[in-house]
Unconditional design. Structure first.
Length: 182
């Protein structure tokens, strides 16, 4: 297994703080990042993910911990092919997926309440990503190849002040190879 942590710049955290339904879609973004790569390689991979909405200092810090197989079944021949997901490629797909998600939901976001009062329209929202976010997301992916890290992260108790929310699991509709999520 390969453990990958998908993070984002702190400038994006407020957008998710007031829009909890978007957190569920972060799973789709993280999974899409690796599934798209595997599709290009012609393999089927296995993965599981966990969402953390807080950081080590118990501050708001949404991020996804994802464990993925170190290979997959070849679609064409049905044999196992080894793979190691590289940081630079995964970062590019992750950045594109998160920015696409926030652009897609621009109309439903309360930007003023989230601390983005300086953004007045969709054009400025897109400019915000281009100038501020793209460079910051270059370092948004941390790779670890140790199962104990995943176990440690997933087995931490919730703080007493943490609030739990229900999660509705629905089948994801992945775009066919002719269309693009981005």
């Amino acid at each position: 297994m390969q453990h990958i942590t998908f993070t984002m710049p702190d400038k994006l955290w407020p957008a998710f703080n007031l829009n909890w339904p978007l957190l569920n879609q972060l799973f789709a973004c993280a999974a899409y990042t690796l599934l798209k790569w595997a599709e290009k390689m012609g393999i089927e991979i296995g993965l599981f993910a966990a969402l953390h909405t807080y950081g080590r200092q118990l501050n708001q810090h949404p991020h996804i911990h994802l464990s993925v197989t170190r290979g997959g079944l070849c679609r064409k021949h049905g044999v196992w092919r080894s793979v190691f997901f590289k940081k630079k490629v995964a970062e590019r797909y992750w950045r594109q997926a998160v920015i696409a998600l926030l652009r897609q939901h621009y109309a439903s976001l309360d930007l003023a309440a989230a601390g983005y009062r300086h953004i007045r329209d969709y054009r400025e929202w897109c400019q915000f990503f281009r100038i501020t976010i793209s460079a910051a997301m270059e370092n948004s992916l941390c790779q670890e190849d140790k199962a104990r890290t995943a176990k440690r992260q997933l087995s931490r108790p919730l703080p007493e002040t943490a609030t739990c929310c229900s999660l509705q699991i629905t089948p994801l509709q992945w775009p066919d190879s002719g269309s693009s999520l981005l």
